[in-house]
Design a protein around this ligand. Structure first.
Ligand SMILES: *Cc1c(COP(=O)(O)O)cnc(C)c1O
Length: 361
């Protein structure tokens, strides 16, 4: 019997229970080989097969075209903020960035250390409650790339459209919504995602990069941050995060068993509809994000009286509804409802919210 709580943490986030059970079953003795995946040489035939299978499963799930490399790197999504500029922004060139919240701002700040960054659009005039339409963007002709975050994990702001950048490569931080619904990979030059939201354990970052963008790194780019060197070495220039890679592979297999990303879209749509509909119907709870920019993955909400926040969180904890406290920069509550959480988690949360409103409204 499992005693698992519903974990609404923004990251590191809940993993599918079936994946954890499989990892547990294989922990001491992987497939009769008498050792743990954690103890294998990354160059061994067994580990190479684990790594290759994980990549293939991700390729299948996202229908990644063959002219894209899939890299399993370290340093999380934050390392990519510098890595992207070091690889894709030649000295003297300009890159366009879209500011829709804290993660895009961190990418902008890091990009600024390496070259000229043009903030082509910002959600600031909308108090970060809406995403400026592309007709309001000031893109630079001939920019090295356009960078945006498809889902702002902290603010709960998500693109429900893909920007059009013409011949300029589109670079997207998909850390918190990768694999949550189908995307057309061919629209992007580079997709990156820290693993700990919708993929696997933290520390790992998955990079999906179009081949023609490789080989342009600055000479000052550290070897370990060079995409081409990573690609040429199968993400094993040094010892990769072997166990995180393996565990991510188990998540990919689980996703395939669930029906893939299209099935996840249906499930995630039902989950977010249930929660937003409940919040909108209530006069006690609220979510301020404009309707077409509401995140499917991170749902921030407020109570009518913030003096009740503490009691709300304590009651939630007592019922095994964990990590609902909003980010310190936003306040209020946030429910992160990634792939690993099913509709029953939303029902449990809505049930508690209903009860708490009755008692406190
Ligand atoms: C979590 C997150 C990051 C940072 O990820 P790390 O792996 O901690 O560096 C960056 N961007 C987005 C959109 C995130 O959700």
């Amino acid at each position: 019997m499992s005693n698992r709580a519903f974990n609404f943490c923004a990251g590191p986030a809940a993993l599918p229970e079936a994946v954890l059970q499989r990892a547990q079953a294989e922990l001491l003795d992987w497939q009769g080989k008498g050792l743990s995946v954690m103890e294998m040489s990354h160059r061994s035939e067994d580990y190479m097969a684990i790594a290759a299978q994980a990549e293939q499963d991700l390729r299948d799930l996202m229908a990644i075209p063959s002219n894209y490399k899939v890299l399993f790197l370290q340093g999380g999504a934050s390392q990519q903020f510098a890595e992207i500029a070091l690889n894709l922004l030649p000295e003297g060139a300009t890159a366009d960035y879209i500011d829709t919240g804290i993660w895009s701002q961190k990418a902008i700040a890091e990009g600024n250390r390496y070259g000229h960054i043009n903030v082509a659009a910002t959600a600031k005039p909308y108090d970060y409650l809406a995403i400026p339409g592309q007709n309001e963007w000031n893109l630079t002709p001939g920019a090295a790339y356009v960078h945006y975050a498809s889902n702002e994990t902290i603010g709960g702001l998500q693109f429900d459209w893909v920007p059009q950048a013409g011949d300029v490569p589109l670079v997207v931080d998909m850390s918190s919504d990768i694999l949550s619904r189908p995307v057309d990979v061919s629209q992007f030059g580079l997709i990156y995602a820290g693993a700990q939201k919708n993929i696997g354990p933290s520390g790992l970052v998955v990079v999906i990069v179009r081949e023609d963008l490789l080989g342009q790194a600055r000479s000052a780019c550290p070897t370990m941050l060079n995409y081409k060197i990573a690609a040429d070495n199968g993400s094993m220039y040094n010892t990769p995060a072997t166990y995180s890679w393996y565990l991510s592979g188990l998540v990919f297999q689980w996703l395939k068993e669930q029906g893939g990303v299209a099935a996840m879209e249906q499930r995630n749509r039902a989950k977010k509809d249930r929660l937003y509909n409940f919040i909108d119907a209530s006069s006690f709870y609220s979510n301020p994000i404009s309707l077409n920019a509401r995140s499917w993955m991170n749902v921030p909400f407020r109570l009518a009286d913030e003096r009740l926040d503490k009691a709300f969180l304590a009651g939630a904890d007592a019922r095994g509804l964990l990590n609902l406290k909003g980010h310190r920069s936003v306040g209020g509550m946030r429910a992160s409802i990634y792939n690993a959480l099913d509709l029953d988690a939303i029902e449990a949360l809505v049930g508690y919210m209903t009860e708490f409103e009755k008692e406190n409204a």
